[in-house]
Design a protein around this ligand. Structure first.
Ligand code: ADP
Ligand code: MG
Length: 261
């Protein structure tokens, strides 16, 4: 159907820029995520990586440039429409609803539910009840998958940093995405939980899900990623295999050039 040369890519970012006042946070940067790949995005703090995620996910609009999702233009679409195009996202700083239970946090992440509209509640109560039961089962399955089922009825505020990252993953999975953007999933996570996160990403990838992963943990990037893009000061510096990129002198220079990581 789609003969565009970009359709092998689940995400195609073409020359996007984003300014914040006088600061160019992302500067004419391009990247792509091949279908079925785990693609990395690395670079020193302040390089523009999280801004790039927001531009892909639609929580920020680009000053210029294009974002294609699953072979379709996404840059004019609102964030919730991009979820409908198959895009999932986790945040660098997880934002669960702290007083809701872990299970409820997953339940509210399902796409629009029939029970949310007043009229169907009265007219189609059987359908609403069935959908709620199905979502409940699915939410429990997702919590089981991320090893949080035993905490399902606890308020989300009791979760550790690593458990919050896993909850974010379960919430992103609730919308059945084709590709997930993961923003620093290893940050602040203890080694055993980190292995759980890596195993779950691998398992999902084997089932066909693609990933774009921002990560400072180079061991994780090297173990997981097929291809890596490196940013510095808003610009795309280089891309290649993890080995090629991490030994690129331009990247070393970017890390030494004042930006901390
Ligand atoms: P990274 O994720 O690579 O550490 P960010 O994308 O968070 O980098 O930030 C890139 C640059 O844009 C930084 O200089 C940051 O201070 C700036 N920035 C990010 N978000 C905003 C914002 N909402 N308003 C103003 N400046 C921002
Ligand atoms: Mg960031």
């Amino acid at each position: 159907m789609n003969n565009s040369p970009t359709s092998n890519n689940i995400i195609d970012v073409k020359n996007v820029s984003r300014r914040f006042g006088g600061l160019v946070a992302v500067d004419e940067a391009s990247l792509h995520v091949s279908r079925g790949s785990i693609t990395g995005l690395i670079g020193p703090n302040g390089a523009g990586k999280s801004t790039m995620f927001s531009l892909i996910a639609g929580s920020l609009s680009p000053t210029s440039g294009e974002v294609w999702i699953d072979g379709m233009p996404g840059h004019h679409k609102l964030a919730h429409r991009r979820i409908g195009m198959g895009l999932g996202r986790t945040f660098q700083i997880p934002r669960p609803f702290p007083e809701m239970t872990v299970l409820e946090n997953v339940m509210v992440a399902f796409p629009k539910q029939a029970g949310e509209a007043l009229l169907p509640n009265w007219l189609q109560w059987r359908r609403v009840a069935r959908e709620e039961r199905e979502n409940l089962d699915k939410a429990r399955d997702l919590l089981d998958f991320v090893a949080l089922l035993k905490l399902a009825d606890q308020p989300a505020r009791v979760l550790s940093g690593g458990q919050r990252k896993l909850l974010e993953l379960a919430r992103a999975l609730a919308a059945d995405p084709k590709v997930i953007l993961l923003d620093e999933p290893a940050a602040g996570v203890n080694p055993s939980l980190l292995e759980t996160i890596i195993a779950r990403i691998r398992e999902l990838n084997e089932q066909g899900m693609s990933f774009l992963l921002i990560e400072h943990n180079m061991d994780m990037v090297t173990r997981l990623c097929d291809r890596v893009f490196a940013m510095s000061r808003g610009q795309m510096l280089c891309s290649g295999t993890p080995g090629e990129v991490t030994s690129d002198p331009r990247l070393l220079e970017a890390y030494l050039g004042g930006a901390s990581c």
